[in-house]
Ligand binder design. Structure first.
Ligand code: ADP
Length: 461
């Protein structure tokens, strides 16, 4: 018998006992009382007794009700917090039962396996009219109490995932594995599956695609770096040996060999200084001295630096940048960004090709586009050209001078200014590199700068 049952018996027993005591006292005290008067008195006493018992019962009932309400509020709050945690988690979470039915999942899981982002039509959501920040949350209690929406087999066919959940449910064993998912978009995950009580299992998917990508880039960087350093070093050793073996006295060739030695040594120096520069920018050691600078004169200076190559390849240059356009940038670093992009646009161009530099303002940003009619970049290489030492079309790029670090430097410098880089390309038709910078409102011109601007305007109207 439970507590409530026992109480009912106790209350009944006490009431009967009280009534018996009352009857006895009444008979002893008033033996002469008529039956009618006795009944009237009994009814009045019973009424008073019933009133007090009902009041007591009502009081207990109200107490129990407020306790239930309090408990319900705690449960709702816990659910809300849990839903909040699950919804903001980047990791996908799935909870399944022994029948491999999915009882609960979070939004991140919908990006990994085929699960609906919202509740299917017709399923009432308890949260619809409440807190809209939880609009994308799945009500946990609801899912645990109602029939499941999907089975695991319906959302993924990956046998490793099924096996991991089976292990957790049947052998109560924790599993950790790497899974590749191609259901939605190709990504790799570290999956942890653990039993949750006796009847459920929870699986957490950690996205490791980015980590793996960075690891691949790092490996390739070191492989490329040793290749890039070994090539000039081998040439330097070979020319030095040839000279030592007597070519130093060969009046016809010695200067040519020394020139080669110089060229390869200079290449190594450029490579090492670019690497040092890049790691300084990446680690935040480079301090930018930001100021409002006019874009057009800087472009003029940079274009002048590419003149010999431009003339050699007969490249037609167009500059469409408003005279007054100001950006908030570090002048020297901006020159470096522009030089790398414009130099590439000339280097990877075709004879008699064209390069067009344009700039546009949008909100508080200025976007600069450097467009060329050159060799273009293959789709597969497009996002990788900003990686350190990555060269698209290796055989062709190697013939063209460069360290393979220019675009990586550009990307980091632009990001250090709070901007973004982008590239579009058509193989065989040309490429368009773009970068954005914060727009500046006023120009601070030093006298030296004024003089510099005058010269560059005169040179490049
Ligand atoms: P580098 O120019 O020293 O080789 P970058 O980092 O500047 O190194 O460029 C990386 C690679 O991106 C180049 O080797 C080239 O394959 C490709 N690339 C860059 N700019 C262009 C361009 N304008 N047109 C075609 N390919 C380009």
């Amino acid at each position: 018998m439970n507590r409530l049952g026992r109480r009912v018996w106790v209350v009944t027993f006490v009431a009967v006992a009280l009534f018996a005591v009352y009857e006895t006292i009444k008979t002893l005290l008033f033996p002469e009382m008529s039956v009618v008067t006795s009944h009237i008195v009994t009814v009045i006493v019973a009424g008073i007794l019933t009133f007090f018992v009902s009041r007591y019962a009502l009081h207990r009932y109200n107490l129990a009700l407020s306790k239930i309400k309090e408990q319900q509020e705690i449960t709702e709050e816990t659910n809300r917090l849990l839903s909040g945690v699950l919804a903001t988690m980047r990791e996908g979470v799935l909870i399944v039962n022994r029948q491999m039915d999915i009882l609960l999942y979070n939004n991140a899981a919908t990006q990994i396996v085929r699960l609906p982002v919202r509740l299917p039509a017709g399923v009432p959501s308890e949260r619809n009219d409440q807190d809209t920040s939880g609009d994308n949350l799945l009500p946990i209690a609801y899912h645990l109490q109602t029939p499941p929406l999907k089975r695991l087999i319906e959302v993924t066919r990956n046998p490793a995932i099924h096996e991991a959940f089976r292990q957790a449910l049947e052998a109560h064993a924790q599993t950790e594995m790497r899974v590749e998912m191609a259901d939605l978009e190709p990504r790799s995950f570290q999956l942890y599956v653990a039993p949750l009580g006796k009847k459920l299992a929870v699986g957490v998917f950690f996205d490791i695609s980015q980590l793996e990508k960075l690891e691949r880039i790092r490996r390739e960087f070191f492989a490329n770096l040793s290749h890039e350093l070994r090539t000039p070093l081998t040439a330097i050793l070979a020319y030095a040996e040839t000279l030592l073996d007597g070519a130093i006295h060969d009046a016809e060739n010695n200067i040519r060999f020394i020139e080669k030695l110089y060229k390869h040594s200079a290449r190594m120096r450029d490579l090492i200084s670019d690497i040092a520069d890049l790691s300084a920018i990446e680690s935040g050691k480079v301090k930018l001295s930001l100021a409002a600078v006019k874009l057009k004169p800087i472009l003029g200076d940079v274009i002048a630096l590419t003149e010999s190559r431009r003339k050699e390849m007969k490249i037609n240059f167009t500059l469409q940048v408003p005279d007054t356009l100001l950006v908030q940038a570090d002048r020297t670093r901006l020159e470096q960004i522009l030089f790398n992009l414009i130099d590439n646009a000339v280097k990877f161009n075709l004879p008699h090709g064209s390069v067009t530099v344009t700039a546009e303002e949008a909100g508080d940003r200025v976007t600069v586009h450097i467009e060329d009619s050159g060799i273009g970049i293959m789709e597969a290489d497009l996002q990788r050209v900003f990686e350190r030492l990555y060269r698209a079309d290796k055989s062709r790029s190697r013939k063209i001078e460069g360290t393979g670090l220019g675009l990586a430097i550009v990307k980091h410098l632009v990001q250090a200014h709070g901007g973004e880089v982008a590239v579009e390309s058509n193989l065989g038709r040309g490429s368009r590199f773009s970068f954005s910078l914060p727009k500046a409102v006023q120009q601070i011109e030093t006298p030296v700068e004024k003089e510099r601007l005058a010269i560059s305007f005169a040179d490049h109207p």
